[in-house]
Ligand binder design. Sequence first.
Ligand code: SAM
Ligand code: SF4
Length: 416
Amino acid sequence: MIDQTILTSFLRRINQRYLRLEQTTTPPLPTPQSGRQYLMYVHIPFCEILCPYCSFHRIPLHVPTAKAYFQALREEIKRYHELGFDFVDVYIGGGTPTVLPEELLATVQLIRSLYSIKQLSVETNPNHLRDDIMDILQECGVNRLSVGIQSFADHLLQEMDRYHKYGSGEEIKARLIAARNRFHTLNADMIFNLPHQTIASLLKDIAILKEVQVDQVTFYPLMTSKAAQQAMTEQMGQVTFKRERAYYRTIVAGLAPDYQPSSAWCFSRQETMIDEYIVDHPEYVGIGSGAFGYLNGRTYANTFSIPQYIAAVTAGGLGINAQRQYTRYQQLQYDFMMGLFGLSLAKSELEKKYGRGFARMLWKELLAMKWLGAIKEDEQYYHLTDKGMYYWVVMMREFFIGVNNFRDQMRNQLMG
Ligand SMILES: C[S@@+](CC[C@H](N)C(=O)[O-])C[C@H]1O[C@@H](n2cnc3c(N)ncnc32)[C@H](O)[C@@H]1O
Ligand code: SF4
């Protein structure tokens, strides 16, 4: 089996090339394809405390700023309606979307007044699994609630600075039990390969998840970014990817048979559970500061400056300040990676978009993946093998680290 370090360094080189966006004050306007329904991603960057490992776009909660921000979000949502977009699925992520539940409700109500939304997914933290907040989330019509747990081990929660604000392992477990059955899909976000995590503590986490019977578990491999590295090492210990594969195997085996993989790192109790949307929606619009969108082979990034974002949308514009158009070949590579992240990919999907010659365009990738034993194919589909699932975890880990490094770069520019 190929060593993950070889794959990692290869992927890092590719990412450096692909994740270079051009900054622009006059980006090409996003345009919808006629009759197409999109996913809307909405970003809420505020958190009550900032975790040392996290490289998402997040800042400490300041209530007046957050209120002005939600107001601006609603302006940007209206703007995409004016541009002719139609949305069916909404994902509200962060940061912590539930920091101001009433503002969240007003935003969801606006979205529902403009579009016929089928599925709404919202991220939150365990301290917000309170009756009053969950009532509001139900009023919002949340179908999938995703709760950030990371681990139930108190010493790890302490190292991650989450113990005091978000609760001990026991408290989190009790809150999850109270939240069960209130939403169609209750997802627990976990992290594996934390520096002081052991196989024993991982197995204990898995046992608790099974006991609580959450509907879905997303197990992210620990991702590092250049900027978070130092704080992470100081507070949580030295990161190494050497144990990652063994930990991943422990998760896949430990969650079975109760939970089956629905993507390389998401595991569901039933097939009907709502999954992460990136697999079903390769194209999406990003709303809010620091949000990304991917439309017609072009990546868009909204400004990471909250004041700039509020000013831009209040003046009648969008938050976009960086973009990059990809070639057809690059788009095909992206669709191949994201499609197989969901475990299988219909050849007809690629053929519809890229024509019959798609396999010729992708011959190097197909050959390499088959040689590695990562994929197999039948007449209609490409499938990820058990071996391939871990390679895809490495691939997605590196992709997201690349995105995190881009976020760091954007924030540095604002500070500089
Ligand atoms: C960005 S947070 C947003 C929702 C919420 N604030 C929370 O903490 O869950 C969503 C999830 O991303 C994952 N995450 C954040 N930083 C990560 C990192 N450096 N490596 C792996 N997963 C990470 C965590 O599992 C986290 O729960
Ligand atoms: S992990 Fe969640 S709570 Fe922690 S800083 Fe990141 S977004 Fe905020």
